[in-house]
Design a protein around this ligand. Structure first.
Ligand SMILES: NC(=O)c1ccc[n+]([C@@H]2O[C@H](COP(=O)([O-])OP(=O)(O)OC[C@H]3O[C@@H](n4cnc5c(N)ncnc54)[C@H](OP(=O)(O)O)[C@@H]3O)[C@@H](O)[C@H]2O)c1
Length: 407
């Protein structure tokens, strides 16, 4: 049984005390929006950002938080100045992010992007918190070692990713043996209908322009390569404790159905909604109840058509690479994630082309022997090693790269 299924009693009269790791990001801002709309139900302990000190301080003041921290020490003075006179404590650096995760809260949003969120998310897990889990790279890079920590410390993971949140709402944890498969839907991203040649020179601006979701830059680019869906297959494997062959992906450009669970009597349960992250975030905020949320309601007659396609592994090799990494196991997902993060940053910086992202991941996986991960130290070590090799690969590709028109 997946760990997040265990409900916990909580007094309805007590406001839930929450912290947000990554409050200035897309998931973080949606969470703050819901908190501001439901002020009586929540108090805020801690908020964090990487560098965006001014906006972080603004959020902390609005929510009357007790503590705000930036990861980058260079932003500490700016944060302190922006919080001056508010009584809100300021912190900086990796230790301050861990402190934010450890401070007393019932519920912690893991909303940092990338494996950079591992230490603080782990800190929340080790305090046995309810962790609203958006930061999928953490689970891809630390996998079953992370899940062991969740079990050891009695933490509760609530899936925030819309697909996993949808599946969770349809998943019968008492009768997992009756489940044939789960299906993650995928919009197909901005290049769903493009040929490989047409994707060669796409710009960052085109790649982050997601057709249905409004998200941070990294996940938007992952959605364009379909690596995001690959990372989500690995995330689903750990959250729902299912093997790769029971986790399916279907392209669904309208992003109305977010996830499906197929049972062995032929029943298929699906979760539908408009593509707005405030729906799954509201669900995890209120869990085991529900929180009111303001987004546009689903009007099926106006949507009119729901369509589905099989993903194309030739045009979108990232999906295949992620599935192979999951099947191969050991440290392969760690390497996949580290190489992908490195390549996506190189693409955002204009040093490599769009197609170089998946190619870098494939080269890095080929260059590194599969290693077993015995501890979280092994994870950090392998992550660093994979980033170094992926950086060499991106440098090699950068030398032959002709920057696309950035208009
Ligand atoms: N956006 C979505 O709709 C969505 C949906 C499902 C899942 N997710 C997942 O949720 C996570 C967050 O995504 P997002 O789109 O919200 O990302 P985002 O908009 O880029 O925001 C990321 C947040 O993390 C902070 N951050 C970035 N680098 C950091 C570092 N090295 N150390 C500490 N903090 C750092 C950022 O601070 P600054 O603002 O200072 O840079 C920001 O608060 C990702 O794992 C993503 O895959 C997102």
């Amino acid at each position: 049984m997946a760990l997040m299924a265990v409900p916990r009693a909580q007094s309805a009269a007590q406001p839930r005390r929450v912290s947000i790791l990554g409050s200035t990001g897309s998931v973080g801002r949606s969470t703050v929006d819901l908190l501001l709309r439901n002020r009586d139900e929540f108090t805020v302990e801690a908020l964090t950002a990487n560098r965006n000190a001014t906006f972080l301080a603004e959020q902390a003041r609005q929510l009357n938080a007790r503590f705000a921290a930036v990861a980058d020490p260079a932003e500490y003075q700016a944060l302190k100045a922006a919080l001056s006179g508010s009584g809100i404590e300021a912190g900086c650096g990796p230790e301050a992010l861990v402190e934010a995760a450890e401070r007393p809260a019932d519920w912690v949003m893991a909303g940092i992007v990338g494996a950079a969120g591992l230490a603080s998310t782990l800190a929340a897990v080790r305090r046995g918190r309810i962790v609203a889990f958006a930061n999928k790279e953490v689970l891809v890079c630390a996998g079953s070692l992370f899940m062991q920590e969740v079990a050891t410390h009695g933490a509760t993971l609530l899936p925030v990713d819309s697909e996993h949140n949808a599946i969770w709402q349809c998943f019968d944890f008492e009768r997992v043996g009756h489940i044939e498969k789960i299906t993650l839907t995928c919009s197909g991203g901005p290049f769903r209908e493009r040929s490989v040649d047409e994707m060669r020179d796409v710009t960052v601006k085109q790649a982050v322009n997601h057709p249905t979701w409004n998200m941070g830059a990294k996940i938007s680019i992952d959605s364009a390569t379909l690596m995001n869906k690959g990372l989500e297959i690995i995330e689903a494997h750990h959250l729902f404790q299912l093997p790769s062959e029971q986790i399916d992906v279907v392209i669904h450009p309208q992003s109305v159905i977010h996830g499906l669970v197929s049972y062995h009597d032929g029943s298929v349960l699906a979760h539908l909604g408009t593509p707005d992250m405030r729906t799954p975030i509201a669900y995890v905020l209120g869990w085991p109840g529900r929180t009111a949320a303001p987004m546009q309601r689903l009007d099926l007659a106006s949507v009119a058509r729901l369509t589905f396609e099989t993903p194309d592994p030739v045009r979108f090799p990232a999906l295949r690479l992620a599935r192979e990494a999951l099947i191969q196991g050991d440290g392969c997902p760690t390497v996949l994630n580290a190489a992908n993060e490195t390549a996506v940053h190189a693409f955002i910086d204009g040093r490599i082309g769009f197609l170089d992202i998946a190619a870098t991941v494939e080269d890095t996986l080929e260059a590194m022997p599969a290693v077993k991960l015995g501890s979280l130290d092994d994870v950090y070590h392998l992550d660093r090693e994979a980033r170094a090799i992926a950086a060499e690969q991106t440098e090699r590709r950068a030398r032959n790269h002709r920057p696309a028109d950035t208009a």
